[in-house]
Design a protein around this ligand. Sequence first.
Ligand code: ATR
Length: 463
Amino acid sequence: MSNIFFPNVHFNNIYEISPEFLKYKGITHVLLDIDNTLVPYSVKIPDKKVIDWLRALKGAGITTAVLSNATEERASVFTENIPEDIFKKDEIITIGKAGKPLGKGFKRAARLLGADFKNMCIIGDQFFTDILGGNINGVFTIWVTPIDKNESLFIKSKRVLERPIISSYRRSLKKMGGDTVGLLGVIGYPIEHSVSPQLHNVFCQVTGFNFFYEKFCVAPESLEQSFEAFKAKGFKGLNVTVPHKENIMKFLDSADHWSKKIGAVNTIVFKNGKTYGYNTDMYGFVNAVKHETGFDFKDKKILILGAGGAARGVAAGCIESGATVDFCNRTISKARELAEIFGGQVIDWEDGDFSEKFKEYDLIANTTSAGMRPQEDILPITVPFEFRKGQVCFDAIYDPERTLLLKKAEKEGALAINGMGMLFFQGLEAFKIWTKEAGCPEITEEQVDSAVKLLKERGIKVW
Ligand code: ATR
């Protein structure tokens, strides 16, 4: 956004601004306006909520300083009441009468903090002081909605002048998902290794849509409470991963046909106080196979190895695309359950004609964890079998990049693809659902290609 009066981003309040967001933008030092940004004018000292937020920033290694146009006294009374465990008195920098929007206060803050403007941001509620000042000085600008409408006459008159700029800013971002940054995320337990934040933030980058995506570690016993908190915080959407995909369903207002059949959701939309569940794993699988091999699912015979959650998603994708599925699993009874839901036969690898039957399938999809790190040297099938030329072998595993099964498939003339494409396309499908809800334009092929390129540059090889 190149207008000198427009902020780089807008949040409803400071609590929507997470340390992860700031870090993602390369920000190490935050300048804070006080009045109507952190607290109302009438409040002289920071409350517990402000203090907790500052503590979270400090915990993430982000330094904060106060840059206020109010009197020196107002600014220092405020900062003196920030507990010592967050800021030692000589650590927090307080600049009153900062003279925003002019450069003086910004330059002083940068000098005292020992920081570069490019790693700094200003968070404030006024366009002509905080935002304009930040923009003039090349500091990242974050506009928050003013807390209190009860302002002085002078500020009220500035608000009148701000109004057309705010309207124009809002209009400029209408098709980008709205003017406030739309919060998205993934919940799971554990979640540290999730690549979804990288994936979705690359989607945000290539489309220019106004969203930010984070991962959240949510323990099973706090699922309901956390889910309510995401709703209350104004999240636009969530991805759900292991072990919550099934359990989250009981908290949703509705779920689509396929997620009910699969018995699991991986994507949630929050809209007008209601929650809607989807399962994009099935599209992730189908689109990845189509994209990477040109495979046409119509009337094809597919053998699914495994009978867990991933098998259900893959089966749904196959059926929706016009193929038939059979199931093969270490525990036969679980394969039977899936055959009852999705149709098809149960194939027992102990049967004498297994290797012959195996060759009849157009596509073999492994959804088991056999072959995944640290079990790289095992196959999901424990009897002898061979691929035939022209078969397609899909493995939902992507770590290692090439499983023993994929290596064998390749050696025997089958087309082999790993689970990275499925991960990419299930994410893309979820991103499409959220951005469509927000009125964004359709994502183009060029944008998808750019996302794949950008991910590769960042060490994530989709294909
Ligand atoms: P997910 O939700 O990822 O599908 P899951 O529900 O735990 O995970 O299912 C894992 C699947 O991998 C199961 O079908 C499991 O077989 P069982 O039903 O017999 O447990 C299968 N699986 C796991 N390890 C396996 C192995 N070493 N060999 C063959 N199948 C295996």
